[in-house]
Design a protein around this ligand. Sequence first.
Ligand SMILES: Nc1nc2c(ncn2[C@@H]2O[C@H](COP(=O)(O)OP(=O)(O)OP(=O)(O)O)[C@@H](O)[C@H]2O)c(=O)[nH]1
Ligand SMILES: [Mg+2]
Length: 734
Amino acid sequence: MTTAVLPIPPRLAVRAELRSVALAGNPNSGKTTLFNALTGLHQKVANYPGVTVERKSGRCLLPGETVATEIIDLPGTYSLIASSPDERVTANVLFGRQDQVRLPDAVVVVIDASNLPRSLYLVTQLIDCGRPLVVALNMSDIAARRGLVVDHAALERLLGVAVIPMVSHHRRGLADLMQALTCARIPTRIAWPLPQALLTQMQVLGAVLGTDAGGIGGTAHHLLIGDLEGELGNVAMTHAAALAEASRALAAQGVDAVEADITARYRWIDTVVEQVVVRQPSAERRSLTEQVDRVLMHPVLGLVIFAVVMALVFISVFWIAQPLMDGLQDGIARLGTFITAHLADGPLKSLLTDGIIKGVGSVVVFIPQIAILFLFLAILEDSGYLARAAFLMDRILAKVGLHGKSFIPLLSSFACAIPGIMATRTIENRKDRLATILVAPFMSCSARLPVYILLIESCFYPVLPARYQAVGKGLIMLACYVLGIVAAGSIAWLFRHSLLRREVRSSFILEMPSYKLPQFSEVARQMWVNSSKFLTKAGTVIFAFAVLLWAAMYWPRLPPAQERQISAQVAAAPSEDQHITLHERIADAQQSAQISQSYAGKFGHAIAPALAPIGADWKTGIGLVGAFAAREVFVSTLGIVYGVGDTDEQGTGRLSAQLQRDHRANGLKVWSPLAATSILVWFVLAMQCMSTVAVVRRETGGWGWAIAMLVFMNVLAYVSCLGIYQIGSRIWGG
Ligand SMILES: Nc1nc2c(ncn2[C@@H]2O[C@H](COP(=O)(O)OP(=O)(O)OP(=O)(O)O)[C@@H](O)[C@H]2O)c(=O)[nH]1
Ligand SMILES: [Mg+2]
């Protein structure tokens, strides 16, 4: 069979004005990087496939145009015959199958110069589409490093459309691409060397379907290779008999239409690659990557390295962030002291210092930790290392019945379960996808981080050796993350052996991205996006709750007679602790009494019986309930509970010191390491985030799974805490 390229008709200048341009291409080919460069937006970019799962759009003014063109970023796909929800989005846009969305006026196909054959497969399908096309030959830098030179002029001749060499993260080639877009051409149909039997059946079926349906890329072609998406499904249904007849005829001649189609395209691609790719002898870099991968992706050593890397990340969060956090705490304390000194006593002063500074302030001090954690994750992500970790995890995921493609969604869930759950759209099978959605919220999201840090920082130092505090704290934090992962694995295993049983496991093909020097701008952006999300939350939900909670603790006021009575009682009792002055002891006692009889206190006491068995007292209880609004509210609540009424100079002191001062009636610490462990476990396992529940409802198409997840996770969390606290307190006595 020979490759025939049909004669190219005179160049067709498409339209004077482009209203919309879609960016298509393989996963991880750099579409979003190009999209951001064109539109000036900041969509997420990362060095692994499957980052973009939704259609995103922005605007760009192309040269010589007066109206900005809509640029559409699409999820990556290897083929237009979609098999997963995200690929369907791409196919629907490119084929104009989405309601109310018009066909893009032109398509930019972003291809990876370092992996031409695979990229060209999608190009062959786009040529069939018949939309004006421009090829962005991206990653030219990586190709060059590997000793591959792509003759873009030759490729342009063979494809019949403009081919622009690019390095999109350096904006190289951007101007040329924009220029080329303004005169994008419809590619010439290429006669893929399809077997005669298939061509004949396409024509026979095409004749039944109507005009123009029998050619290459026509409706008959799509139906025969099993593309039944959108309206094609209806066509297949209406013409079921003719379709069955054509398929039977092909089977009789021993032709598998899908396989024949792929083979023909690759045969054509091989001849193209032969003509345009020039290999140069410097394949050195490639072997370096291979050597590095041999170590990093070793089935045992690789996992050990991954565990060490993650442990180092957590330990450095404590190490590096500590001085910054101390500085912030001092600053906030000084602000409190300033207000205390300059405002008259009363509700306003109390609201500002006790409610807002202690509530919101106690959460804001965690900004350094959040920023540093995301800095490290972004570096690991952009370098290409995390994709290797995904590959290592595939075998482990397989053991618990999860799909290899579950790794990226689970990984994203460490920032927040919501994008994680959205990322499951890359998973084709519904049961695989559902299993991943249900366990994603067990991954410790950034909202849990302040709670983890506060409790680890304040409650565990008695059990950690003095010289290894940071290491110990880092490891406890790692343990929290690992607990979430183990819970997710066990639950997934349970589901896969009951409700979501499935015998066949789809194969997992994850393409290893090349190692890259992390982009400073991208790393900084990731850090900024996550930190600012955190700050926004502090300024909205957490702020609102702080005010609400402050009010609920400030009123009703303790009657003056009772205040005097408490002072007298404290003054009469002998002091146990020499470091605390009488004045402080009176203030502490009055504060406890005030909160205890406030609205919030009454609420806390009402729920206390349910919480005592897991080691939480009524004050913690208020925090646990508040955490259903946002997990960080737990920290702000403790900040307020331990601060209200305490308006003397020392009152603005560290929250962790105040937690340590709190004792139960029986003289034991409220925040013993055991009680803290129990509450940590609650935060790892409980489902407290209503936005996640709403997203699960949307992605699973009903309330059923969402409510089941909410109930299940919270029951699991409660029972686990109960076990830990009850058994632990029998062994260590509280
Ligand atoms: N060396 C090099 N890296 C690039 C180039 N273009 C993009 N990248 C990097 O390639 C990685 C993937 O880029 P993305 O823009 O997220 O890729 P995508 O095609 O949108 O990926 P999906 O959304 O997963 O389909 C990122 O780490 C980019 O920084 C390039 O021309 N050269
Ligand atoms: Mg993308």
